[in-house]
Ligand binder design. Structure first.
Ligand code: UGA
Length: 449
């Protein structure tokens, strides 16, 4: 099929490159000429594992980029909208979506044949039918359901693993105003064999996306709340508690051969210093705001956000317990990105924690395998020395604070053993063996007094 994809962020570009790899003819559209040039030169403007390789393979074969949205719509059968929908504090900002819908509508005016417009961006229920569709009709002077179709197809891509998630989808959700729209989207996704598909209306498709992210965020805050109670009571470690919970056969089923299935879901049922990223905090807050608009307070999700926002404070408290004053105390902060495998610092718990340390005049040595540049932009240089490697970072410090679950941090126990005196290790991700270090403190664990 001939497909135009509007927006070359991590959703749009990954979608474009992967659909090209699957044999469709793709035109990626962006207003940013620099991004378009980069894509055409086979240099992805964002980093995603495996993306560059697929881009190189498909550019000028099944894929090209342009700034000309009008022409792209004319030449293709279906347009996917993958532009940003930032949360502005009270609602998601639809400026980009509205602009793109208007431009697509104007192109539809000049197009004789049927076209399908699909929203891929995360938007609150009602946006596709009540905002995008009317703009398309008004700008085109044509009728949805007659001259063009309107659909909603949420993405379920994890940052860092977006290419893999796209190429091996767990589900394909197809929302649409009518059968013809859905049939066209089904044809687009027929390149993925044997994947569960859910066909529904646009509002349900929109709600599925928010509900999926809200559930995962809820599981994290739930684990953190339990962890905080464990930390208040003596002799309970949240790691053991959650291990016991994971063994529930309804969470980790036992196969007929006796083998235990450990679902990926269990990794969201662990206590830590809180969730971040460009999706969970924004999506949960947007759903809460949407509930308010409908007179339906989202009490549970409100608490999910509250627990998450307090979690960085728990890390700072663990330090405070050992160091009544942090003034001039040398502290190593390990991990700045919101999760391993990315340099993304958006809503990372490391931000309030480092800022808290700066406010208390600690001397900070910070290290992240790839987010150093991003971190410097956000946190600046004041009182912070950015280090090049793990070994150097933990030298001559009184405490080590682990905030992102990078694999290489598993080496910490063997490294601190050689330091004299050994620093206090504060495990914000509960990924280290607490018995392997002389001085250890962690989320969800009461410190020995
Ligand atoms: C999330 C969802 O997982 C995707 O399904 C969704 O498509 C995406 O948002 C989106 O809406 O675009 P992402 O934000 O990339 O993807 O991150 P995750 O890998 O899910 O991590 C989010 C938070 O959960 C992080 O703070 C991370 O530390 C935490 N997390 C992640 C866990 O607690 N356990 C894990 O196994 C993975």
């Amino acid at each position: 099929m001939k497909v135009s994809i509007v927006g070359t962020g991590y959703v749009g570009l990954v979608t474009g490159v992967c659909l090209a790899e699957k044999g469709h003819q793709i035109v990626c559209v962006d207003i940013d000429q620099e991004k378009v040039d980069k894509i055409n030169q086979a240099t992805p403007p964002i980093y995603e594992q495996g993306l560059e390789e697929l881009l190189k393979k498909n550019i000028n074969v099944n894929l090209r980029a342009t700034t000309d949205l009008h022409q792209a719509v004319i030449e293709t059968d279906i347009s996917l909208i993958g532009v940003g929908t930032p949360f502005n504090g009270s609602e998601i900002d639809l400026t980009y979506i509205e602009k793109v819908a208007h431009q697509i509508g104007k192109a539809l005016k000049d197009k004789a044949t049927y076209h399908v417009v699909v929203v891929k961006s995360t938007v609150v229920p009602g946006t596709t039918d009540e905002v995008v569709l009317p703009i398309l009709e008004q700008a085109s002077g044509k009728k949805a359901g007659v001259d063009f179709g309107v659909g909603m197809n949420p993405e379920f891509l994890r940052e860092g693993e977006a290419v893999q998630d796209f190429m091996s989808p767990d589900r394909i959700v197809l929302g649409g105003i009518d059968d013809k729209t859905i049939d066209t989207m089904e044809k687009l996704y027929s390149v993925f064999d044997g994947v569960d598909q859910l066909k529904t209306n646009n509002k349900t498709a929109e709600m599925i996306k928010y509900t999926s992210n809200s559930l995962l965020a809820t599981m994290i805050s739930f684990s953190n709340e339990i962890g905080n109670l464990c930390a208040a009571i003596s002799d309970i470690d949240v790691v053991d508690v959650m291990k016991g919970v994971h063994l529930d056969k309804r969470i980790s089923p036992i196969m007929p051969n006796g083998e235990r299935v450990v679902p990926a879901l269990t990794s969201y049922l662990k206590a830590g210093c809180g969730f971040g990223g460009s999706c969970f905090p924004k999506d949960v807050k947007a759903l809460i705001a949407h509930g308010q608009r409908f007179g339906e307070p989202m009490q549970l999700l409100d608490a999910v956000i509250q627990v998450n926002e307090q979690q960085p404070q728990k890390v700072l408290s663990l330090l405070k317990n050992r160091f009544p004053s942090l003034r001039e105390v040398p502290i190593a902060v390990l991990g700045l990105a919101f999760k391993p495998g990315t340099d993304d610092m958006r809503e990372s718990p490391a931000i309030p924690i480092v800022k808290g340390l700066v406010a208390q005049k600690a001397r900070i040595k910070a290290y992240d395998p790839i987010a150093r540049h991003e971190a410097r932009e956000i946190l600046g240089n004041h009182q912070i020395t950015y280090c090049d490697d793990l070994d150097q970072t933990i030298k001559d410090v009184e405490a080590v604070v682990l905030l992102t679950g990078w694999e290489e941090f598993k080496r910490i126990p063997e490294l601190v053993v050689h330091l004299d005196p050994p620093p206090l290790v504060i495990d914000g991700r509960r990924m280290l063996d607490k018995h392997s270090m002389a001085r250890y403190a962690g989320i969800g664990l009461r410190e020995a007094t």
